[in-house]
Design a binder for this molecule. Structure first.
Ligand SMILES: Cc1cc2nc3c(=O)[nH]c(=O)nc-3n(C[C@H](O)[C@H](O)[C@H](O)COP(=O)(O)O)c2cc1C
Length: 187
């Protein structure tokens, strides 16, 4: 027997994306977004309501996307519950450090080990101040501390996922099998 729950956005695992942008004065902002992910090859989509971040993205056509970790979870949640529209010291209070991205007009929050630099290519389904942001990934960078033999090593990053059923952050776990290989056992 299975139980129905109706239409729920229960797409596991939902990411915990940290969106970095600059406002018109060049001040950095960060926000948390779980409704987003891969859109196409080298493209992402993020479903944004009306936020300071959304205004910034419309203005600069640029953003960075980092991935929340166990170590950054308090700041990551904070930037998802406080708007820079109301709290001008949001980034100082978050404790997050930042530097200008090399490839786009947006900040990289350096406490996050992995970051994508993105340029907006389209905003679709616009309405009530929000829309679905489609952005091209122009660069990915990672902190040297998470590299093994020069490659990004996910085992060194304590990624977290958003659990939309319980509104909890869950740590991403261990390798269970090799993709494109495990199914060969049944071929
Ligand atoms: C776990 C979590 C997930 C969120 N996901 C989204 C999302 O996908 N889209 C969105 O528009 N807002 C989302 N939010 C809300 C924004 O992060 C929040 O409104 C934030 O304060 C906006 O900041 P800003 O106005 O400074 O840009 C999420 C918040 C949390 C805590």
């Amino acid at each position: 027997m299975r139980k129905d729950f109706g239409p729920q956005t229960w797409v596991f695992p939902m990411p915990v994306l940290i969106i970095g942008t600059y406002n018109e004065n060049g001040e950095p902002n960060a926000m948390n977004a779980a409704w987003g992910g891969t859109y196409d090859y080298n493209q992402i989509m993020i479903c944004l309501s009306s936020h300071q971040t959304t205004d910034n993205i419309r203005l600069k056509k640029a953003l960075t996307v980092s991935f929340a970790t166990v170590e950054t979870i308090t700041a990551s949640d904070y930037v998802g519950i406080v708007s820079q529209k109301k709290e001008k010291d949001k980034i100082a209070k978050s404790g997050l450090k930042y530097e200008k991205a090399k490839h786009v007009d947006a900040p990289i929050f350096t406490d996050y080990p992995l970051t994508l630099e993105c340029e907006v290519v389209d905003i679709i389904n616009e309405g009530e101040g929000g829309g679905n942001i489609i952005a091209k990934i122009v660069n990915a960078s990672a902190d040297e501390s998470v590299l093994t033999d020069g490659k990004v090593d996910p085992k060194k990053i304590n990624f977290v996922s958003f659990d939309p059923i319980n509104s909890e952050y869950r740590k991403i776990g261990e390798t269970v099998a090799l993709a494109f290989r495990e199914g060969m056992k049944l071929k």
